[in-house]
Design a protein around this ligand. Structure first.
Ligand code: B12
Length: 211
């Protein structure tokens, strides 16, 4: 677990936009061999959730929230030596944010975890139009596709996406994750076969270990 003192120091630096300090904290954790999923979950994700709370309470501006998110995406790049030192195992995943979904950090983390486990993790980014996602999956023929959504009002778009993906690729496993499910919506998942809802990196790691 990452120490609360380190976390607090990191969070303060993040919302100040103190890039040098954030990099020093992250590099130090990497040097101490703290696991990638630990840094992703207990430093980056925890801090961005707190950024969300500060933003909701108007303690920080939208600009500060944008800055903190952009800085987090830069810090994730520091993990690359750990992510790409694994031998490839010949498996592919495609990870996308569904249409109208601009929250991409969580999805990017998921693609990174696939890479760290030797998979090719194709991250196609935010707001992916459904027709283009279908085309990309058809070209790549991944072993699994992951969909991310943070907004509960995007749940109808998820239903449409799952419907069309299952029609086009009936046997492809699909993973779904993100904060849209914080207050419900899980019944959507039960309507589809080969679709699994996952809340975090630890659950994903179990899936990867079994596949
Ligand atoms: C940064 C941010 C933004 C940025 C995103 C930029 C970017 N580059 O991603 C911008 C400015 C675009 C944005 C916009 C909006 N946002 Co915003 N945003 C956030 C914030 C602060 C952080 C998001 C984040 O990166 N979290 C960290 C990541 C790592 O966590 P995560 O996404 O949960 O991912 C983890 C798991 O969920 C899971 N997971 C996620 N996806 C997947 C997929 C698979 C396959 C698997 C297996 C697992 C998995 O694994 C990840 C790692 O553990 C959150 C606050 C919060 N609580 O997160 C609000 C938040 C998500 N936003 C919110 C809102 C309301 C909005 C807006 C509607 C605001 C507005 N009025 O305009 C718009 C909507 C834009 C849109 N159409 O998407 C609400 C959502 C409420 C809801 N659930 O419906 C939140 C929760 C803020 C709040 N407290 O109210 N936002």
């Amino acid at each position: 677990m990452i120490d609360d003192t380190i976390y607090e120091k990191y969070f303060k630096s993040l919302i100040k936009g103190a890039r040098y300090d954030c990099i020093a904290i992250v590099d130090n954790l990497i040097k101490q061999n703290v696991a990638v999923d630990e840094i992703y979950t207990h430093l980056f994700q925890r801090a961005l959730y707190q950024v969300g709370e500060y933003w909701e309470m108007n303690k920080i501006s939208v600009a500060t929230e944008h800055m903190a998110t952009a800085l987090t995406e830069t810090l994730m790049i520091r993990m690359q030596p750990k992510l790409f030192s694994t031998e490839r195992i010949g498996k592919k995943s495609v990870i996308a944010c569904i249409a109208n979904e601009y929250h991409q950090v969580g999805a990017k983390m998921i693609a990174d975890i696939f890479e760290m486990n030797g998979w090719d993790g194709y991250f196609v980014g935010a707001n992916t139009p459904l027709s283009e996602l279908i085309r990309f999956i058809d070209e790549q023929k991944p072993d699994v596709t992951g969909l991310s959504l943070s907004l509960y009002f995007n749940l109808p778009e998820l239903t449409k996406t799952l419907d069309q993906l299952q029609n086009a690729f009936p046997d492809m496993p699909i993973l779904v994750g993100g904060q849209a499910f914080r207050w419900g919506g899980t019944e959507i998942i039960d309507q589809f076969k080969n679709v699994e809802l996952m809340s975090d990196i630890r659950t994903l790691q179990k899936f990867i270990n079994q596949n």
